[in-house]
Design a protein around this ligand. Structure first.
Ligand code: ARG
Length: 475
């Protein structure tokens, strides 16, 4: 089938490669290979890249200043049209690069036809995506810091409230609520750092690499890298257009954010259940049931949990795409955009929703504390009390373990058994009283009030530092 004489060929005009081809592109080829449907959001970056490239062409005297100005004016018009939503895409526009170049040529005539001099869509699209990533990944980092601020605020407000700390999801030792909230805050701090670190490798300009090997024209990749605000230009043109590890790295950083949010989400699902009853969601951040009038569901928390799967998929799918690709550019790389956009979009939405949910949730301290005050939560403190009086820890563990076993067998309260035990006695029994155990977590970084007060200040400092870093990093 020749599509050159079909309807697709007719309203598509000429393909970019029309000189080499006799026939036009088949409709199925266009439908399958187009990327405009998802890469159109790169338009500001594509225009920025073209502006730098045109300046570079004039700087190297490949085009005249008059030609430069006429192309720049056309690019400005395209910018206005895009901003107003007035840009007319045509059926033949295969991707955002083709669409913008086509329009610039319509507007600037022969000068417009010089825009693509010394450039390939390979270095062009790689440049666009890197510019996009620099902006959008910083925006994600800002949203993470916003969530950290909420965790900090809620941790400060939580004051002396404590709840069971868990291992194996079994009650282990009481911890301050602030301590628990900050645990998530520190994980998010590493997420911000991971994103900023990945951005160092994103911040390299591929422009000037051409299709794969540079140019015979006197282009200056340093000049355009500088104009675009990149920290550096590529070192190797094959690598510039033929690598996407920076995308994989960003997808990994975003997948980890997703996993961290999924873990907070899971805890909110548990905490807001009737069984735990530790927290109550604000109406604005909960959903009802279409059938069960009594229901209040933690859908945000569940989706934070569920969508982590999708973020992992964005990463692993793209890793599979990259695997085994020979140098340099391969069309496979067009598959970098959808997972990247999806991951950034989903994480941004999740961060906003989780932030609102956490900012507005109300705690139920008496439920938390009642759960933490089960007498057995002090078992370790009893053993450590014996240790401080000279008993080897293994022996102390056995003594207290035996008392716990008798308590659980119904022989009496742990406090009474401890009180009656010759090795322990009434002084030790005081440790079993409600609210005592959490006070005894005194070591640095531990879960008790004095250590948490220090930690809160350190976390406040960390968040301020990250806030400054992401603000300065508006690359
Ligand atoms: N839309 C393409 C991409 O995103 C542009 C590059 C096409 N290059 C090519 N040689 N066909 O990768």
């Amino acid at each position: 089938m020749s599509a050159g004489d079909g309807e697709q060929g007719a309203d598509q005009g000429r393909a970019l490669w029309h000189g080499r081809f006799e026939g036009g592109p088949a409709a199925e080829l266009m439908a399958y290979t187009e990327s405009l449907s998802f890469d159109r959001r790169l338009w500001p970056d594509d225009i920025a890249g073209s502006v730098a490239h045109v300046h570079g062409l004039a700087h190297s005297q490949i085009i005249s200043e008059v030609e430069r100005d006429s192309v720049l004016a056309a690019l400005q018009t395209v910018h206005d049209e895009m901003s107003r939503g007035a840009f007319q895409f045509l059926a033949g526009d295969e991707d955002i690069h083709t669409a913008i170049e086509r329009r610039v040529t319509e507007l600037a005539g022969p000068a417009g036809a010089k825009l693509h001099t010394g450039r390939s869509r390979n270095d062009q699209s790689a440049t666009d995506v890197r510019l996009w990533m620099k902006r959008e990944l910083v925006a994600v980092a800002v949203r993470i810091v916003d969530l950290q601020d909420v965790l900090l605020q809620r941790a400060v407000e939580a004051g002396p409230v404590y709840l069971p700390g868990y291992t194996h999801l079994q009650r282990a030792q009481p911890v301050l609520l602030a301590h628990h909230l900050l645990a998530h805050g520190w994980a998010l701090a590493r997420d911000v750092e991971r994103i900023l670190d990945a951005l160092d490798r994103v911040d390299v300009s591929p422009l000037g690499a051409g299709a794969l090997a540079g140019s015979s024209l006197p282009l200056d990749p340093d000049y355009t890298a500088d104009r675009l605000g990149f920290a550096a230009r590529f070192e190797n043109s094959l690598d510039a257009v033929g690598s996407r590890d920076h995308v994989a790295e960003a997808l990994f950083a975003l997948a980890v954010v997703g996993i961290n949010l999924s873990r907070i989400g899971e805890e909110f699902v548990l905490w807001t259940s009737e069984e735990f009853g530790f927290a109550k969601l604000d109406d604005g951040y909960a959903t009802g049931s279409s059938m069960l009038p009594q229901k209040k569901n933690p859908d945000i928390a569940e989706l934070a949990r569920g969508k982590a799967g999708r973020l992992i998929g964005d990463l692993t799918g793209f890793l599979a795409t990259m695997k085994g690709l020979p140098l340099s550019y391969n069309r496979d790389y067009q598959e970098d955009k959808e997972p990247l956009f999806d991951a950034v979009d989903q994480i941004s939405l999740a961060l906003g929703a989780m932030r609102g949910m956490i900012a507005t949730v109300s705690w139920v301290p008496n439920r938390m504390q009642a759960a933490a005050d089960s007498e057995t939560g002090s078992a370790t403190d009893l053993a450590e009390w014996l240790v401080q009086r000279g008993t080897p820890f293994r022996d102390a563990h056995a003594v207290v373990g035996a008392l716990v076993r008798r308590h659980l067998a119904g022989e009496g309260s742990l406090a009474a058994l401890v009180s009656a035990d010759p090795a322990l006695g009434p002084d030790a029994a005081a440790l079993v009283a409600p609210g005592v155990a959490v006070q005894r977590r005194t070591t640095a970084g531990g879960a008790g009030p004095a250590a948490v007060a220090v930690q809160l200040e350190r976390f406040r400092h960390k968040v301020a530092q990250l806030r400054a870093a992401v603000t300065a990093d508006l690359r």
